[in-house]
Design a protein around this ligand. Structure first.
Ligand SMILES: [Cu+2]
Length: 137
């Protein structure tokens, strides 16, 4: 066991030394190596983001959407969280926003994913003075 651990450590040390040697070939190589490592870490973050898209949350509380105006990127999801003492809906205004059409919610959450850029206006069909917009970039 000990011997195996030792050889693993030596192997790891060799790889490290080889990496350092490669990096040592030119000072610009060191920079590009660091940059590619950073990019890889970024890709991992993006991948985990793909399985669960970045989301913006709008609280539905005190007879208003808060924040009333939000901005997302194409493919991102807006989640409305219903926290008020009275029921509300999220309903798009106009043809473009037709797909935005939630059931009536007392409590809970409803999500909508935006795939086309533009500005989407919506209101609560029970309280039409409650309005908001989603801008999709
Ligand atoms: Cu309402």
């Amino acid at each position: 066991m000990v011997r195996r651990a030792m050889s693993t450590r030596i192997a790891a040390g060799f790889v490290l030394a080889a990496t350092l040697l490669l990096a040592g070939c030119g000072s610009s190589d060191t920079n590009s190596t660091a940059a590619s490592t950073t990019a890889k870490a970024g890709q991992t973050t993006t991948k985990s983001g793909d399985s669960k898209p970045a989301a913006v949350t709008v609280d539905v509380t005190d007879m208003k959407f808060s924040p009333a105006d939000v901005t997302v990127k194409v493919g991102e999801t807006v989640t409305w969280k219903f926290k008020d003492s009275v029921p509300h809906t999220v309903q798009g205004i106009g043809d473009k926003a037709m797909g935005i059409n939630s059931p009536i919610f007392d409590k809970g959450a409803w999500s909508y994913t935006f795939f086309a850029p533009g500005t989407y206006r919506y209101l609560c069909s029970l309280h039409p003075q409650m309005r908001g917009t989603v801008t999709v970039e």
